[in-house]
Design a protein around this ligand. Sequence first.
Ligand code: FAD
Length: 390
Amino acid sequence: MTEVLIVGGAVMGASVAFWLTRMDPGLRVTVVEPDPSYATSSTALSAAGIRSQFTTEVNVAISRFGIEFIRDFARHTGAAGGVADLGLKENGYLFLTGTETGALQLENLAAMQRGLGAATQVLDPAALAARWPWMALDDIVAGSYGPRDEGFFDNMGLLSGLRNAARAAGAVWLRDRVTAFERDGDRVAAVVLEAGGRRQADVFVNCAGPRAGALMRTMALDLPVEPRKRTIFFVDAPKARHPGTPLVVDPSGIWFRPEHGQWLAATVPATDGPCEPDDFDPQDDLWEDHVWPALYARAEGFGEAKVMRQWAGHYAFNTLDQNAILGRNPQVPNLYHANGFSGHGLQQAPAVGRGIAEQIVHGDWVTLDLSPLGVQRVLDAQPFAEAAIV
Ligand SMILES: Cc1cc2nc3c(=O)[nH]c(=O)nc-3n(C[C@H](O)[C@H](O)[C@H](O)COP(=O)(O)OP(=O)(O)OC[C@H]3O[C@@H](n4cnc5c(N)ncnc54)[C@H](O)[C@@H]3O)c2cc1C
């Protein structure tokens, strides 16, 4: 019986396990995960958004499948998944630009996205003001908006349903941590476990999120993935309650979206770089120095905003091109990757898990060609950049 060992059991590991058990019930699937609470996983700390508005066709296609899967989650995962509904709020995403060049780029991207079935429309300031009259738009030339198939959903519900369904179909979650991969020539032979001992398998899948690069170094292989801290502020603004607002990506560099009558908001730190894998201290300064001024500039109602709480999570940041690194590793072909999602992996979990399972079971991508995101481009140092990184 073929043994598959998945390192990391958050949304990506759970999705790979889910699809493997569906495609080949004869496989023996083990998922090694140290933390059943998932407290510091990116999955748990995510903003839980899904959008069609990407700059590469493959990412649009991945999210097109993601939204269908999320919308129809109970049917895909069945009673064993135990999650009836992922509470999708289809508020959309709104990318604002303050330049004519930016507006032209948004038009071109919207045409590409519509060609793949998305509903993206580019709105001029008058159309934006008609929809969101409370927004200050003096500095805005255009906004790209997805009126359907984009929004926010229950991140932990997605993980739970996939994991429950995978376990019901025979996948086993082992509470432990992999401390190293052991290589034997052009194969991974085993993983070393923190609790002691090693574990052999025929096939290994690296789903270790922001720690994926560090794990590869244990067998002297490079993977350009590092943890980067992102702080999210949960904000109450009694004079700015607009629950139907999309996730707004502002030209100032911040983003904000409604959450149960309040708001989530965040920005990319000016000095961005790798962080310690165990450092989850929020970057409080970002609120007063960057996020609050930008919110206030977009709507006066944010003048009385109050931070209710804040948290920091880690992006698994791909330093080559901020895109996922997927599939078989040509250097060690019994190792597969689902890594480097750079802040957009939650929505990609359904399609990526299916793709990795197809490669393992059928030898190649089947339903969706994910080869632009394959490992070879990384080995060749040929970036395949995703520009819409939020
Ligand atoms: C602040 C923030 C906002 C985000 N917003 C969005 C968004 O709006 N939309 C979106 O699509 N994506 C978003 N993302 C990204 C998304 O959350 C991730 O891409 C996705 O959750 C990745 O899932 P994963 O399973 O690969 O990694 P993780 O969720 O990080 O899980 C990795 C798992 O591996 C385990 N692990 C690590 N090392 C080992 C080891 N040595 N041995 C065994 N197990 C190990 C960990 O315990 C963990 O459970 C956001 C991320 C952050 C941090």
